[in-house]
Design a protein around this ligand. Structure first.
Ligand SMILES: Nc1ncnc2c1ncn2[C@@H]1O[C@H](COP(=O)(O)OP(=O)(O)O)[C@@H](O)[C@H]1O
Ligand SMILES: [Mg+2]
Length: 285
């Protein structure tokens, strides 16, 4: 069920390197430069003929084949498929955490092919990442963990106010001063979500955000995502194996052995899959 350790290490370290530790200095021009290049096609993500390989020489191994995918603004798309099929790799490519090798990938109107490292960093600032391993800093409180992510704001009072409002919206008003070790799994995941959302990103990429959560916390998390998409027009791409949350999706895409095998509306997905293979708890709302 859970991604191989190597890929999860990879995404975490990329996250730490790119988003948490590095590149903070170039933040001043971020939001604007990306918006100005947007082509207003209403597509948050546009992928054409994308191939991706790991390794070099004899060890070179293709993991994504001929991917074509559009994510219109405001949609919630669930990506599912067996472990090792390339879901995390695709997510990290869309998130500008990896360099594109072949094909075209537009994110929020910006073509990622051939972008310099610093421009990729700018693109990333418009994306909220939620990973299963929440990457919280153990020595910081919930509030400080979220405050760290806020860019372009020097006024710490204002910063704290915004963070507390965000945490309150996620049901954590009474947990702002707690450190991760005193929070439950669901609460930690919600802090990570607050951190991903506090800059109001147009695109949210979530990799198995409910995998470590119980039924109720998992449902709370996806209900929140649904609200963000519906009320704020955020685009959400969520990788999950969790059949219990499929009902929030506008669309479900399936990746098998590095290829997009199906792309269905929720209704069609249900019609075309053997009911016995679908988890009975799927529609538990
Ligand atoms: N950093 C890496 N180096 C080499 N191979 C990798 C790396 N990360 C993932 N892979 C391989 O790429 C394939 C797709 O992995 P991944 O995108 O993590 O799949 P999923 O998220 O669907 O489980 C797997 O065969 C995996 O072993
Ligand atoms: Mg994965």
């Amino acid at each position: 069920m859970i991604s191989p350790a190597n890929s999860s290490y990879d995404e975490q370290s990329a996250f730490q390197d790119g988003l948490v530790n590095g590149d903070r200095a170039s933040s001043q021009i971020t939001q604007k430069s990306v918006d100005q290049t947007a082509d207003f096609t209403q597509m948050a993500v546009k992928i054409r003929d994308l191939n991706y390989y790991f390794g070099q020489g004899d060890l070179r191994k293709q993991v994504l084949y001929d991917i074509n995918l559009d994510l219109p603004q405001g949609q919630i798309v669930i990506m599912t498929g067996p472990s090792g099929s390339g879901k995390t790799t695709l997510l990290t490519l869309i998130g500008a955490l990896r360099h594109l090798q072949e094909g075209s990938l537009q994110v929020l109107g910006q073509e990622l092919v051939g972008l310099s490292k610093s421009t990729l960093v700018e693109v990333r600032r418009n994306i909220g990442f939620i990973f299963q391993a929440h990457n919280l800093f153990e020595s910081l409180t919930a509030s400080q963990n979220v405050e760290m992510a806020i860019e372009l704001l020097d006024d710490w009072r204002e910063k704290r106010k915004r963070v507390h409002a965000m945490l309150a919206e996620l049901g954590l008003a009474d947990r702002v001063s707690y450190k991760p070790k005193s929070l439950s799994g669901g609460q930690k995941q919600r802090v990570a979500i607050a951190r991903a959302l506090v800059n109001q990103p147009a695109l949210i990429l979530a990799d198995e955000p409910t995998a470590a959560l119980d039924k109720k916390s998992g449902r709370d998390v996806v209900t929140l995502m649904q609200k963000l998409a519906q009320e704020h027009g955020r685009t959400i791409l969520m990788v999950t194996h969790d059949n219990r949350i499929l009902d929030v999706a506008d669309r479900i895409v399936t990746l098998v052995d590095g290829r997009l095998e199906s792309d269905d509306s929720l209704n069609r997905y249900v019609e075309t899959h053997d009911p016995k293979a679908l988890d009975q708890r799927m529609f538990m709302m």
